[in-house]
Design a binder for this molecule. Structure first.
Ligand code: NAX
Ligand code: K
Length: 493
């Protein structure tokens, strides 16, 4: 998995690479700029485009100047360079790149005040004003410049980071920086790109490698990690010779009401397709026919506390909450589940029940997995006005209560008791439909039944769920939860 390092650590990686390899900062800037141009050309192949490259005073601006040179050299002859000179500061490599550009007789226009900026006749604008060196929110001339750039209605491609967006530490709800269509970022995505608020700063991002020392980057103490396919492959349980259904564990799913039986069925389907040896659905009797018809592999347990208690020892994992309602009967079921001393997955209405009665929250056994979406999370742990603060709460609660909190979103954040946040990269908006969360709960329960640790079950569950969704979204506008559950088994192969 990739360590998502901070802007400060990225700077260290930069220095480390320069000290330990025969490269200079200027060489790194060349590499970064060449990588940007390569990526940019994939999206804009037309050499006749009018490009406006805005370059600031530091190394981000240095990249911009080098990018302009490379674009002109590769035939984008309508490239105009705007050099932002709000202060006399200029980094060394910025100076070198400015000189190289001038040697080519490329016209460089200087902007000393935001109001100097006249009408820009361009098809695409490249933002290399400020990058990871941002050390305070934009104000004064820079804020005005950002406003003026945003008012030009053309696509903006940001170099490394949109000007005004910090790399980490949250995004201001009144983001006043440059709004990019795409950001081509160096070596690592920046943590803030994963927060929904960053959409104001960039619609999308692409990471390009610039050859910084990977071993060093991975050795840095990071609080955030981005999951990769190889991490998941390593932890998936193998189907062994001579194994049988008992080998792969028994999951009990306490889910569903007569009017939300689909949630229980989808959860059971996720669990079956993730490979649990046995799946028992504890659902209202009115759902039995549907269960037998749609999932003949699943067994049925009536909603009877006596029967649940007497079979408690059979289960490796209990998942509770999908379509459960928050009525008194459901509360009793949750109380029972909390006493069962098995691995627990708590979702949906079971989370809402915890929110209603904080005494129950305090009874969660260590190792429990919670799978809230944003509203369930805020009901449980209080309202948050930003994702940054929500994640801080999630990390704190996961640590102090020894939980794994799967905070669902476009990029799901898995906050674990080790105080780290694991980011799941898979998934897409075609999956935004009812029932998806129920399938995820089932998948995680299925993996826990197969003896994965809570953390590994959360990693693999989220990754596979999103990957199945990505595969299905290639040929479909929306992805149905039931189809996704079936796809999961194929992704695990
Ligand atoms: N990390 C790396 O390994 C590499 C980084 N490179 C580039 O270098 C960039 C970072 O460069 P720098 O550290 O020079 O910083 P920037 O170019 O982002 O910023 C330049 C300077 O602007 C000033 N500044 C910051 N915030 C401001 C604000 N709100 N208002 C007014 N002035 C402000 C600061 O004094 C800062 O040093 C990266 O984003 C990337 O584009 C690449 O050139 C190559 C390698
Ligand atoms: K930038």
């Amino acid at each position: 998995m990739q360590a998502i390092i901070s802007a400060v650590q990225m700077h260290l990686a930069d220095e480390y690479t320069i000290t330990h390899e025969p490269v200079t900062l200027f060489d790194l800037m060349e590499r970064a700029s060449a990588a940007f141009v390569k990526c940019f050309r994939k999206d804009f192949d037309d050499r006749g485009l009018r490009l406006a490259v805005f370059c600031g005073p530091g190394n981000n601006g240095g990249d911009g100047l080098a990018i302009a040179r490379m674009l002109i050299n590769s035939g984008y002859l309508n490239t105009a360079v705007y050099k932002i000179n709000f202060s006399p500061n200029q980094s060394e490599d910025n100076k070198t790149n400015e000189a190289l550009l001038k040697k080519m007789h490329a016209p460089v226009r200087y902007i000393y005040k935001a109001e100097d900026m006249q009408f820009i006749a361009a098809d695409v604008l490249i933002d290399a004003v400020l990058g990871s060196g941002l050390n305070k929110p934009l104000s004064g001339e820079y804020a005005q410049l950002a406003q003026k750039i945003n008012a030009i209605n053309i696509p903006v491609y940001a170099v490394d980071i949109p000007t005004g967006l910090p790399a980490d530490g949250g995004v201001d709800e009144n983001y006043n920086g440059i709004r990019a269509q795409k950001t081509i970022t160096f070596q690592r995505p920046k943590f803030n790109f994963f927060l929904p608020e960053s959409l104001a700063a960039t619609q999308e991002f692409e990471v390009v490698n610039i050859g910084l020392d990977e071993d060093y980057i991975q050795s840095l103490p990071a609080g955030h990690y981005l999951l990769e396919e190889k991490d998941i492959r390593k932890i998936l349980p193998p189907r062994k010779r001579f194994s049988h259904k008992g080998t792969y564990g028994h999951a009990l799913l306490i889910c569903g009401q007569p009017q939300t039986m689909g949630a229980a069925l989808l959860c059971a389907s996720g669990c079956i397709h993730a490979g649990a040896g046995l799946v028992t659905a504890c659902i209202p009797g009115s759902g039995l026919t549907a269960l037998n018809a749609s999932l003949p592999e699943a067994m049925y347990l009536p909603r009877d506390i006596g029967q649940i208690t007497s079979t408690a020892e059979d289960y490796k994992v209990v998942a509770i909450g999908c379509g459960l309602d928050t009525n008194d009967e459901s509360k009793v079921l949750l109380e029972k589940a909390l006493e069962m001393q098995t691995q627990l997955v708590i979702d949906a209405d079971a989370i809402n029940l915890l929110a209603k009665d904080k005494n129950l929250l305090d009874k969660l056994p260590p190792g429990t997995i919670l799978t809230p979406h944003i509203k369930e999370f805020d009901r449980l742990f209080g309202n948050h006005t930003s994702w940054h603060s929500r994640l801080q709460t999630a990390v704190g609660e996961a640590f102090s209560r020894r939980l794994t909190i799967v905070l669902k979103n476009q990029y799901t954040f898995i906050c674990h008791s080790d105080k780290k946040i694991y980011i799941n990269p898979t998934g897409n908006p075609a999956m935004a439909q009812g029932g998806m969360g129920d399938v995820l709960t089932g998948i995680i329960a299925g993996l826990l039944a197969q003896k994965l640790s809570p953390l590994h079950a959360a990693w693999a569950g989220c990754y596979l769920h999103g990957k199945a969704g990505d595969r299905l979204a290639r040929n479909s506008y929306v992805v149905k939860a039931s189809a996704l559950a079936e796809q999961v088994a194929k992704e695990m192969k």
